[in-house]
Design a protein around this ligand. Sequence first.
Ligand code: FES
Ligand SMILES: [Fe+2]
Length: 266
Amino acid sequence: MGPAPLVPAAAYARTIRASVERIFENALDWEHLPWLHGDSFSRVDLIEASSGGWRARVRGQPAEASEDAEIELVLDPSGPRYVTRTLSGRGAGTEIWTLLEPIGEQRTRIRVEFCVPRLEAQIAAQVGRAYVRLYTKLWDEDEEMMVRRTEVLSRPRGRPVGSASVPLGPESGLRERLPLEVELEHETFRVVAVERELHAYPVVCPHLGGPLGQAPGAAGVVACPWHGYRFDLRSGESADGRGLCFRLRARVRVNPETGMAFLESG
Ligand code: FES
Ligand SMILES: [Fe+2]
């Protein structure tokens, strides 16, 4: 007996402010599911990945009320399109096709087709509506991520040689303005106090450029909302065992005679 025939349950179309290349990169990025889409996914466990797709076990939200599903994503660059298939678990047999049509440098028209195993018409319509609601949210979150990533990648690379310094005013007044974002040599740093000590860390995550500045955590640790990597902002070391670090390229110095604070490179 072959696979059950599929029927279209719904379709969803919109324009995304990203290139096909960026959308393919996002589709291959299985790791962001429970972080960027933390409202929709509670975990992902990778089974295998290649440059053409991935297969993983995923769990929805809330975790206690959800069951694991094994899904695979396969790119078809000639489409360009990709398909997400549910291989087992809730919704097994479902295929979600995403068709891409480039319409500008950073604009792609997408059409998502939700194909489910044959169901009674009313149930298929309900399932279709639920998929459209879910995918509207997922694409909102993905689009924001891709727009930022494109912007981060377009920034000038490399640092000017030499040292630079930005005045931050009297230390006492500075503490009242924390956290504070400061530009230094084309890079943005976030100045914070941890146990009364002033520190400055880069707001661009060293992984794929996520917004580190949005998520200062407790005890001197920052967590990136895109894939959940955590860093000790005082040292730049990994704080989650995944081994990714950032280099501390700036520090806050207070002139002991004048009480004036500066953000300095080096
Ligand atoms: S961009 Fe991936 S963890 Fe920050
Ligand atoms: Fe996503």
